[in-house]
Design a binder for this molecule. Structure first.
Ligand code: PRX
Length: 670
């Protein structure tokens, strides 16, 4: 987010009076989770002062246990040995499927809205149990057992959720790989996790187009010798899709041989549930590890209290299981509460801009959850497509993944919620497992653009990055950290605990460091300002600038590369790359430069994925550097954001003359 917008947000905070949950919200839902701010304050205080008592109670309220736990919490940030619900045994799949299938077999569990509306279908809890059991038994027959990591490369279809649940049913971990990732990223993840089995589909459908999951996976698996078997869901049935004999098997055909019940394997509370790779500021993506009981409890509690999701509701999370939002709020949160989840395969713009609203009307969704980037696009496209639909079923509207500007918040509230909904801007991360800071429905008054107050058990602090000291009181700004462990936090980075410690627990000893800047206003409300490290957030997708730089350097023509994120009206942030060429004479040939830009953009698309491709590539004969030869990204960011005049001190630069060149390149490109 650019600085001007930030200033705007902070000033907004001074003026805005928090708005209580609209009365209409309560009219639509008489069984309230929480009634007012005092409810929140009382429970929050208890969760901080007596976390063991509080979370022990919650763990019994929300989860079914095969064996009760002996100790609620253990370990510390100092030691990096956090653990919850020790001695307990449970199975996450049982909690999400079996217990609801036994109580309400015919209740919808997954409402699948296909890209092509005609292919939509509904799976009841009974159907889900049967289909999950078949895949679980198949995986077990292939030798997959507790602790193994199964890679899942599937688009947003019921099969993605079924595959995930089948893994956890037998104690295996899933490692979902976003369907927008290309071969290079898949290879890296499958390889790192030593996955022996990958689950995918032949092709996908998205926005009226075909996506080529199996073909991309085939490419990736050329360099993954450990993969023994691939399970392929036949989605389109294109006969041209290449299957490797002895390695690849059709999902539908293999599952036919199993009867549809296979017992869940109880695991320890602290046994890992899944890994999910995410970008950090350094090195390759980190395989963030979440453990069973704590994660599941965080998913259940936040879904109930932040959204007020009740058994008779329907949640439509317009996210993807390739990211954490899809894990926690498309799958685990709603299903652990026994609430139907809408799984949407398509895009908000296909066949027209009314698609989300049509889905809300069709299934009478009570809850809708999306990233601001989609809201910005839909706001731009006008109101005609919104007014066509009856959105009166909606009660909670959530936002996730990036700061939501106040004008978008207000538009969401007025145009989609008609002033009757609870608007929840939810701040959290892959590593936190579930919401960290968010307004609890019915209890916490909201302010447009603010993430508001911390969730139960989250002892949020603002730290002065210069001194490392906690800033007490209100009206402060700094970096956001958490003082004590919470149940759904990640426990480690797969096979590299040092990386976990270095990234999150060492920067400010005794605290968990989020990587985000934040302010706390005069009401004690939190305003998130975005990353303070080298992570960029494009349309809610988290990317590491370092990873993109490394890909650009793979080109034989590039000698140096620097990538920055700058503010973008539509995507929140946009990736801008600057490259220096090995042969600097090439810079003067305009046509070669056009071709090279195309080539480099394609390279990033191919290696990481289309969503990571730089919006602009600036080709220069020299990059701004310090005297010791380090690239100064700050200068690049300023120039690309149109703030060349406020670059400030350049006395430490080895080559200040390059700025003029950079500015003129940027002017030509933007
Ligand atoms: O910078 C914050 C931003 O997204 C980062 C986490 O990204 P990821 O792990 O991919 O998870 C995204 C979905 C939870 C955070 O460090 N972020 C997330 N939610 C918000 C946000 N920034 C501002 N406001 C939010 N509500």
């Amino acid at each position: 987010m650019d600085e001007e917008k930030l200033e705007q947000l902070v000033h907004e905070a001074d003026r805005v009076v928090p708005r209580p949950t609209p009365k209409e919200f309560f009219r639509k839902q008489p069984h309230k989770s929480l009634e007012n701010i005092s409810d929140y304050e009382r429970l929050y205080k208890e969760s901080i002062e007596n976390p063991d008592g509080f979370f022990g109670k919650m763990a019994h309220k929300f989860l079914s246990w095969d064996r009760d736990f002996d100790k609620v919490s253990w370990g510390s940030f100092e030691q990096g040995d956090v653990a919850w619900f020790l001695g307990g045994k449970l199975n996450a799949c049982y909690n999400c499927v079996d217990r609801h299938a036994f109580a309400h077999p015919d209740k919808p569990a997954i409402i699948f809205e296909a890209d092509d509306e005609k292919e939509s279908r509904i799976l009841t809890f009974k159907d889900l149990l049967q289909q999950v059991c078949q895949v679980a038994e198949l995986l077990a027959s292939w030798g997959i057992k507790k602790g193994d990591i199964v890679a899942i490369y599937l688009p947003m279809t019921p099969e993605a959720l079924i595959a995930m649940l089948a893994c956890v049913r037998i104690g295996a971990l899933h490692s979902c790989i976003f369907a927008g990732f290309s071969a290079g990223s898949i290879k890296e993840r499958v390889f790192d996790a030593h996955s022996k089995v990958v689950i995918t589909c032949d092709e996908g459908k998205r926005g009226g187009k075909i996506t080529h999951a199996k073909q991309i996976l085939n490419e990736a698996l050329k360099e993954c010798p450990e993969v023994e078997k691939v399970l392929v869901y036949k989605r389109t049935g294109n006969p041209k899709v290449e299957m490797v004999e002895g390695r690849d098997f059709w999902w539908q055909k293999e599952c036919e041989q199993f009867r549809g019940y296979f017992p869940p394997v109880p695991v320890d509370s602290e046994d890992p549930l899944f890994i999910l790779y995410t970008s950090g500021s350094t090195g390759t993506p980190k395989g963030v590890v979440h453990c069973t009981a704590g994660y599941l409890l965080g998913a259940a509690m936040t879904t109930r209290y932040v959204f007020d999701l009740q058994p008779e509701d329907t949640l439509f999370t317009a996210g993807d299981v390739g990211w954490i939002t899809g894990h926690t709020y498309s799958l685990y949160g709603p299903l652990v509460l026994g609430v139907p989840t809408i799984v949407f395969e398509g895009t908000p713009a296909y066949p027209d801009m009314g698609r989300f609203w049509k889905i809300v009307e069709k299934y009478k969704a009570t809850h809708f959850y999306v990233a601001p980037t989609a809201l910005r696009m839909l706001k731009k496209s006008g109101e005609a497509e919104i007014d066509k639909y009856d959105l009166s079923s909606l009660r909670t509207l959530g936002s996730v993944g990036e700061p939501i500007a106040s004008e978008i918040w207000k538009w969401y509230d007025e145009k989609i919620g008609h002033g009757c909904c609870h608007i929840a801007d939810t701040y959290w991360q892959t590593e936190s497992g579930s919401h960290l800071i968010a307004p609890l429905a019915g209890a916490v008054p909201t302010k447009p653009g603010a993430a508001t107050l911390p969730f139960f058990g989250i002892d949020a602090v603002i730290i002065d990055p210069q001194t490392g000291k906690v800033l007490e009181g209100n009206d402060v700004e700094g970096v956001l950290a958490v003082r004590s462990p919470w149940p759904s936090m990640a426990r480690t980075v797969y096979q590299c605990h040092q990386r976990f410690l270095n990234a999150y627990l060492r920067p400010y000893p005794g605290f968990y460091f989020t990587g985000d800047g934040a302010g706390r206003d005069h009401d004690g409300y939190y305003w998130i300002k975005g990353r303070v490290d080298d992570v960029v957030n494009v349309s809610g997708h988290r990317l590491s600038t370092g990873e993109i730089e490394a890909v650009l350097l793979e080109s034989k023509k590039v000698s140096e590369s620097a990538v920055v994120g700058i503010g973008d009206d539509l995507t929140g942030q946009a990736v801008i790359a600057a490259v220096q060429l090995k042969d600097s004479h090439l810079v003067h040939d305009a046509e070669t430069m056009i071709a090279l830009r195309k080539e480099l953009r394609l390279l990033v698309r191919k290696v990481i994925g289309p969503f990571a491709a730089p919006k602009s590539i600036i080709i220069v004969d020299d990059l701004p550097k310090t005297r010791s030869g380090k690239i100064i990204r700050r200068i690049l960011r300023k120039v690309c954001s149109g703030e060349a005049k406020s670059i400030g001190d350049t006395s430490t630069m080895a080559n200040p003359h390059v700025i003029v060149n950079l500015v003129s390149e940027v002017e030509q490109q933007f």
